[in-house]
Design a protein around this ligand. Structure first.
Ligand code: CA
Ligand code: CA
Ligand code: CA
Length: 342
């Protein structure tokens, strides 16, 4: 019975060792547990060996004692055993029974320890398999994480490259923006100048259109255009003041002779009123536009104010542009020349 139990225990331990080897990389904790089991197994072997040795020694002593002192079970001639021999046999039997009982108890302890070890082994195997499954899961997760990391690294490198390109593009765009802002400022200044020039040209155009319209209208009414002035040579005779009123009604005034060239043109219109008088202060001749006389073209001896002469005409006796004017009474009826400007 004891030998069979030892054989089963030994087989179980060998199975455990074989499965552990087939399992490859078992955890260190599992191997530690198995090491404890091996240590317990070796202790039980030693204990059983000592017990068997003691038993053999006792049996050997019994055999030697019988050969030396004769068979204790042999009866005397009258069929009775010697009391001393009987007592020795009883003592030996008791010792053998006691040793046998001890061996049985030790065997029971060994079997109990063996069962405990088997249970612990089963638990360790379950834990080993769980740990193996967890290891596979962790390895799978690690592999997936490594793949994700490789993908993220690749994505990061692409983004980093794109970022550098964007930074270069941004720098170029910033430079272009500065150039465009400078150009925009220059263009804005040029636009302002062009707008001012356009406004001036628009005003000049409108003014020219007005002057052109006025010129067309006056020339259609018989006015003569010369050197930016329009002249109306009137055929009706009127006093100097009536003549001026007539010119004012036409948006003009009596002619003002500004220079010798104008006088040369007007020399052909003799006995016509011009816009010159000294009605306000005798001897102080002023033009109808309010300016004082500075350049004069009087005939010799004129103005003589003979008979309260306060208004000027182009004399019938005008011989040259520089000697053309005469003062006469303003009430006389004469032809008159109106002047307008375009
Ligand atoms: Ca004039
Ligand atoms: Ca006068
Ligand atoms: Ca005179």
């Amino acid at each position: 019975m004891a030998q069979g139990a030892f054989e089963r225990m030994d087989n179980d331990m060998e199975d455990m060792s074989y499965e552990d080897q087939a399992g490859g990389n078992a955890s260190s904790k599992i191997w530690n547990k198995i090491g404890i089991a091996r240590s317990n197994k070796q202790g039980l072997y030693r204990l059983a060996t000592v017990a068997l040795g003691l038993l053999c020694l006792i049996l050997l002593m019994v055999i030697i004692s019988r050969q030396t002192h004769g068979s204790p079970a042999e009866a005397t001639a009258d069929g009775r055993f010697e009391p001393q021999t009987y007592d020795n046999l009883s003592l030996e039997i008791d010792q053998l029974q006691s040793s046998y009982s001890d061996l049985n108890r030790q065997m029971a302890l060994l079997i109990s320890s063996h069962n405990i070890l088997i249970e612990e082994k089963a638990l360790l195997l379950v834990r080993y398999h769980n740990l193996t499954d967890q290891k596979h899961l962790v390895e799978t997760s690690l592999h997936q994480l490594l793949l994700q990391k490789a993908q993220l690294d690749d994505r990061y490198n692409k983004l980093d490259s794109e970022n550098r390109q964007l930074q270069i593009s941004y720098s170029n765009l910033n430079s272009s923006k500065s150039e465009l802002q400078t150009r925009n400022s220059v263009l804005t200044g040029e636009i302002g100048q062009l707008q001012n020039r356009y406004s001036n040209l628009t005003r000049e155009r409108d003014d020219l259109l007005k002057r052109n319209a006025k010129l067309d209208s006056k020339m259609a009414a018989g006015w003569i255009f010369k050197d930016s002035s329009l002249y109306k040579i009137n055929s009706a005779k009127k006093s100097w003041h009536a003549s001026r009123d007539s010119c004012l009604k036409m948006g003009a005034d009596l002619v003002v002779v500004n220079n010798i060239d104008e006088q040369k043109f007007l020399l052909q219109y003799k006995r016509y009123w011009i816009g010159l008088s000294d009605t306000e202060t005798e001897g102080v001749w002023t033009w109808v536009d309010g300016t004082e006389l500075t350049t004069s073209f009087w005939r010799p001896g004129e103005p003589n104010n003979a008979g309260d002469e306060d208004c000027a005409e182009i004399s019938i006796d005008a011989s040259s542009p520089s000697q053309a004017w005469n003062d006469v009474p303003c009430s006389q009826a004469k032809l008159y020349i109106c002047e307008d400007h375009v």
